[in-house]
Design a binder for this molecule. Structure first.
Ligand code: MN
Length: 255
């Protein structure tokens, strides 16, 4: 199983969560919200080869943490994954919109500079501006839109621009979410929990709860559960290789 977006450091006992993921063979992308949290969060998973720690600067706190961009740049060469990054267009974050776009733009320029990175992107009420910034930085890496909640037209645009999608249970439980997921290319879909923020029956969701999303996805796709698991693992392998392929093609271009 794969949890491509969860906040491991925010669980009460992150070490224990990591141990169980290792034991059960769950691949986890542990996203962070500030560059200053990265080193500690990565050290939690230093001997867990299935847990990857992404370097992030969450759009909802961009106005408080933009001073950490220099730290972001210095840590970037050490990571394969960047996230959680992106833009939030909800009314309560309107005041920070200019800072958010400056931060996201800076990050995309920085990942371009280092040859591209895998990215877990927040795009709440901001799909258009996120796609617009991504198109200005075509070599920034491979974008995965986490918890996509745009329109069908925006989905088509995101697919055309090469985006991948990580899908959680809340999306699969809503009618609108299911109709979006149904139109996503199956070879660009992965699962996520967004735990501990997303709750399940009053409890924070854990990476192993991604089983419920996988099951709902199998039902939606009218596939067997083990076929679905195999497809998702295959997707993760291809996604992981995508920035390496980009970098190789950049090198070829420079020659
Ligand atoms: Mn998140």
């Amino acid at each position: 199983m794969i949890d491509l977006h969860c906040h491991i450091e925010l669980y009460q006992d992150p070490k224990n969560v990591i141990r169980r993921c290792q034991r059960e063979g769950i691949d986890v992308l542990s996203v962070t919200t500030t560059p200053s949290a990265w080193t500690m969060t990565a050290s939690l998973a230093s001997d867990a080869e299935r847990v990857h720690t992404a370097l992030g600067l969450h759009p909802q706190i961009a106005h408080e943490r933009h001073g950490e961009l220099a730290l972001f740049d210095s840590l970037l060469p050490n990571v394969e994954w960047v996230g959680e990054i992106g833009l939030d267009g909800a009314p309560e974050f309107q005041a920070s919109w200019t800072v958010q776009t400056r931060v996201f733009n800076h990050i995309l320029a920085a990942t371009t500079e280092v040859g591209g990175r895998l990215m877990s992107i927040h795009s709440r009420r901001a799909v258009e501006p996120v796609l617009e910034l991504l198109s200005r930085h075509p070599n920034a890496g491979t974008p995965t839109l986490h918890w996509f909640a745009g329109t069908q037209a925006q989905l088509t645009e995101a697919v055309d621009r090469g985006c991948w999608f990580s899908i959680g249970l809340p999306m699969l439980r809503s009618k609108k979410g299911r109709s979006l997921v149904a139109r996503m290319p199956r070879d660009r879909v992965l699962t996520e929990t967004d735990g501990p923020f997303v709750q399940l029956g009053g409890q924070p969701s854990f990476p192993w709860n991604v089983a419920a999303a996988e099951e709902a996805l199998a039902k939606l796709w009218r596939m067997e559960r083990d076929e679905t698991s195999a497809l998702l693992s295959e997707n993760l392998s291809r996604l992981s290789e995508s920035t390496i392929a980009n970098r190789t093609s950049n090198v070829t271009k420079e020659r």
